[in-house]
Design a protein around this ligand. Structure first.
Ligand code: NAP
Length: 286
């Protein structure tokens, strides 16, 4: 059984991205710039935003963090996004989700110019992804594809099961795996699927993005399957300094005993999500 090391793959790709940033600076005098907007103080969001800033700096990019209070209105946030759309120093705009409940995600995402939508969430980029046009691919699904490739699995003709149908993970992963150039046969499971295990037991690849620990267990796997665990769940743990530890959606121990390869949590999908954000920001600047 192989651990699919997301940190290693991310480090390799980030070195390539950093070289690309240097080349863009040297040849065209352009410094890729990413603006990250955070509304409120959700602790998980604060840590994601901090990690994104650090990654930008390490890649030689310019990053601008815009922290807004929880009381920010939808109109204020949309106006802020529109100012960034017109700012030539900014090539990528990311609004950290979730935003407070009084703000509609859709209103904010729709305000981002598609050519600066480095998260790949706007309807224009989602539509282009669906019909196979060049676009910014959503970061987590794009990172998942890279991890499957890195595992050594040749995806063509394989059966992939995706558990979860969210717009940010499950659905786009299913679309990307089913594209002609990837050519997997895809089954998309969700809470309306009566017997998820009956599908996962025939899967060569399982991507689990349910947001619930223990969604995938070893007895649900075909021996040798590649498992990509997208889940990030905080489990109370008094032995840890922060009082919690992170676990995925797969029961690591039982899955690792059957799988051919598996991503750990942390250290699997997470580092790849930020890496693909840097990738898109470099592309946007180009
Ligand atoms: P989400 O919006 O809550 O969607 C979860 C999906 O899983 C839903 O479609 C739900 O089905 C389905 N589901 C839940 N329990 C299930 C079960 N027992 N069997 C089958 N399907 C089940 O979550 P998300 O935004 O996609 O995120 C999923 C997980 O990935 C979360 O833990 C999140 O923190 C993590 N995540 C990690 C990264 C990263 O970079 N590492 C990025 C994004 C998300 P219904 O549609 O029927 O409700």
């Amino acid at each position: 059984m192989k651990i699919i090391d997301g940190k290693l793959l991310a480090a390799n790709l980030r070195a390539e991205i950093a070289a690309g940033v240097q080349e863009l600076k040297a040849t065209r005098g352009i410094v890729p710039g990413l603006a990250v907007i955070l509304v409120g103080n959700n602790p998980a969001s604060v840590s994601y935003v901090t990690a994104k800033e650090k990654a930008c700096a390490e890649a030689g990019m310019y990053s601008r963090e815009i922290r807004l209070p929880e009381t920010t209105t939808e109109a204020e946030l949309v106006a802020r996004v529109k100012r960034l759309n017109a700012d030539p120093a900014i090539h990528g705009i990311l609004v950290q989700l979730p935003v407070p409940k009084h703000i509609r995600d859709k209103a904010v995402i729709d305000a981002i110019a598609p050519e600066k939508d480095v998260d790949g969430f706007t309807p224009v980029n989602v539509g282009k992804m669906l019909i196979g046009e060049k676009c910014f691919l959503p970061c987590t699904p794009h990172g998942i594809l890279k991890l499957i490739e890195f595992s050594g699995m040749d995806v063509k003709g394989k059966h992939a099961v995706v558990i979860g149908r969210s717009n940010i993970v499950g659905k786009p992963v299913a679309v990307l795996l089913a594209r002609k150039e990837t050519n997997a046969t895809v089954t998309l499971c969700h809470t309306g699927t009566p017997d998820v295990a009956s599908f996962t037991r025939t899967a060569d690849i399982v991507v689990v993005a349910a947001g619930r620990p223990g969604t995938l267990t070893g007895d649900m796997l075909k021996p040798g399957a590649v498992v990509i665990d997208v889940g990030v769940n905080r489990i109370p743990d008094a032995t840890r300094p922060k009082g919690f530890r992170l676990v995925g959606d797969a029961d690591f121990e039982s899955c690792a005993a059957v799988a051919g390869a598996i991503t750990p949590v942390p250290g699997g999908v997470g580092p790849m999500t930020i890496t693909m954000l840097l990738w898109n920001t470099l592309e946007a600047a180009k």
